[in-house]
Write a protein that binds this ligand. Sequence first.
Ligand code: NAD
Ligand code: MG
Length: 387
Amino acid sequence: MRKVSILGATGSIGQNTIDLISRDPKAYDVVALTGGQNIAQLAKDAIDLNADVAVIADENLLPELRAALGDSSVEAAAGNQAICEAATRPADWVMSAIVGAAGLAPGLKALEQGAVLALANKESLVTAGPLILGTAKAHNARILPVDSEHSAVFQGLAGEDFDTVERIIITASGGAFRDWSLEDMAVATPAQASSHPNWNMGQRITIDSASMFNKALEVIETKEFFGCPHEMIEVLVHPESMVHALVGYNDGALMAHVGPADMRHAIGYALHWPLRRKLPVERLDLAKIGQLHFRDPDLVRYPALRLAHEVMQAGGLSGAVFNAAKERAMDGFIEGRIGFLEMAEVVEEVMARLDRRHINAEMTLDTVSKTDHLARQTADAVMAERH
Ligand code: NAD
Ligand code: MG
């Protein structure tokens, strides 16, 4: 039996992971499940999967979690420290599916104990790529990408010499506002931004898809994970979301990864790697689909893509600034304090205000977290000045 833990078990990726492992319960020994606030889901899954421990991020919810676990043998814990502690419990495979910068510290703990880290939390690589990769190396631990584009690139590189790769192309659906005018985007509501045409995901990544901040994070994630120069990475708008990424080789070949828009493919690939196992996802009928479409992204509509290249050129802690400012600007949008298009303006302003002194500090969990905090404060100040 393989020992597995799921960080962010109550979310969209977490639930898809549980769907896969619960189809073969004899193969997995579930160690820890963690959630943010959803006690009922966390307790149900922890009992069903007979987990050793269930951890809820919100400390105030510990009594409720205890009550929900009833007289089951599942241990209850709460708080960020407890999530990190759960990640240190010996496991062979840990899914990192907490959303946002909060996913970094527990992911590092899982790597320190030498687990395979299935990394859905893209913010870890964006905010602290060298730190997380260095930690994996130091502890002989492996990181496997779960973001669909990165899983597709990883599969497109299998067995090839990386020196023969000329370009890496990741696709973008274009999100909820693909066909909207800029005037309409300016007055879009959080509810409108929270519905994705092709993928069923958590609210924050869905809003990030509409603004292409998600793609911006993924471009940076690509550079960090595959260690390639930023000029090698391209974004292609592909409304059908069936080709997830392409790897271009020096003989002109483009190796495309084609598959359904179902995260259980990428999760399952990381779960079974280096093997391929049968997965319960749709088999595409290309003759029925008939046509696939591709176009270049419009950088005026999607300033986040331009900002991503600025981040990659600046390096250091600029990814932490970018991500934190983006997370805070999204809070502002969800709470109705700023408009949809203002999110990118706020992020750009925060990047301009935090000078190189901050960005060039040595990268440790502490400096990443201080930079994150400072960028959030600066984003709040920028938003307050604007309204
Ligand atoms: P989600 O919002 O559905 O779930 C997030 C999980 O993290 C939940 O369990 C939530 O309770 C928990 N959480 C939230 N804030 C927390 C905090 N401060 N501390 C501890 N736990 C907290 O998100 P999701 O869509 O499942 O995405 C998870 C991660 O995977 C994100 O980084 C996202 O960008 C990435 N990702 C998601 C998809 C997808 O299809 N959903 C695809 C690629 C990458
Ligand atoms: Mg993705």
